[in-house]
Design a protein around this ligand. Structure first.
Ligand code: ZN
Length: 325
């Protein structure tokens, strides 16, 4: 009998041989909190809902009870403005969220702040642009200012999502200058994917979200590994503590490459809204089995080298791992 047959002798032996396995410690739950206080199911991300400042504590309590260590905060503002300066308002909405959750949960819940201009600019562009060119420095300086405001309010980790070159350097300097040397930066590196669409719909308050914004100018080309890895190199050189690869399932090779090149840098993979829908919708129609498919995708992401996974399924995954679902 050959070795590969022997090591599959029983299900318990197969379990015993597993080198790494997904646990609830690996999960980060992204949540959407609305400034207007309206609570309803997110039409583009079926099964997920908007929270208000008032009721977001409840879901955070559940997150902690399920053994999930962290939450990614997305604040949906009532009003955005042309230059996004609404982000710098005293007592802005994001500040209120971080203050409240930090006060209520302290170190029991790691609060990650998604820092991007699209949350604040009326064009909903992630970066400042002029005549079709990305203004990296202007964008990075603004992201630095926003990061400090969020850190002051209680954000534990800053996750810049704009993909502006230099953003990590500017944010690190801004945090260090204001006494937040201990706040890590978790930098998003995204391929130019159509899988973000349900998310942008969820975050948008515009009738024509991101009209005229050419995201290929700041995200990495899906076809070009080297372009993606150049951005990984840059962000790590500038001081990124954690790298987020986004989306996950279409970028398993990039997760692996990053892990191989930087074995000491933790990698997060973001199972984005489109990936969530790719599981949710056909499962509801009976074409696929939701939870087996979900676990297969998450385990593949983990196998590729992700240390942690952001997923809209986080609560359900934690329950599945506990055997509650
Ligand atoms: Zn953005």
């Amino acid at each position: 009998m050959d070795l590969t047959t022997r090591i599959k002798k029983s299900r318990s032996l197969i379990r015993l041989l597993r080198p790494l396995e997904l646990t609830s410690n690996d999960l980060i739950y992204p949540i959407f909190i609305r400034e207007d206080g309206k609570k309803f199911e997110i039409p583009s991300i079926k099964g997920q809902r908007y929270y208000s400042l008032k009721d977001c504590s409840e879901v955070c309590k559940e997150i902690i009870e399920l053994g999930i260590p962290s939450v990614m905060i997305f604040g949906v503002l009532k009003k955005k403005n042309a230059d996004g300066s609404v982000a710098l308002q005293k007592n802005g909405f994001h500040t209120k969220i971080f203050k409240k959750l930090k006060r209520e949960f302290g170190d029991n819940l790691t609060l990650i702040s998604n820092v991007c201009l699209c949350d604040y600019t009326s064009s909903e562009s992630c970066v400042y642009m002029e005549k079709g060119k990305v203004l990296n420095r202007k964008t990075s300086e603004m992201l630095g200012k926003i990061s400090v405001i969020h850190a002051e309010a209680g954000a534990d980790v800053i996750a810049p999502a704009a993909m502006a070159d230099g953003q990590v350097k500017y944010i690190r300097a801004a945090l260090d200058e204001t006494g937040f040397e201990d706040v890590p930066i978790m930098s998003y590196i995204k391929t130019d994917s159509c899988l973000f669409k349900p998310f942008f719909k969820a975050m948008s308050i515009s009738k024509t979200p991101r009209k005229g914004i050419d995201s290929s100018k700041f995200r990495a080309d899906i076809i070009n590994q080297k372009m993606f890895m150049a951005k990984v190199d840059l962000d790590i050189r500038e001081g990124a503590d954690i790298i987020i690869v986004k989306p996950a399932i279409t970028n398993l090779d990039l997760i692996l490459l990053t892990k191989q090149r930087y074995p000491d840098i933790p990698i997060a993979a973001y199972q984005v809204s489109g990936e969530y829908s790719m599981i949710k919708v056909p499962s509801e129609k009976g074409y696929l089995d939701e939870y087996p498919l979900l676990m297969e995708t998450l385990n593949s992401i983990k196998r590729a080298g992700a240390d942690m996974i952001l997923t809209y399924y986080a609560l359900e995954v934690a329950k599945l791992l506990k055997g509650e679902t």
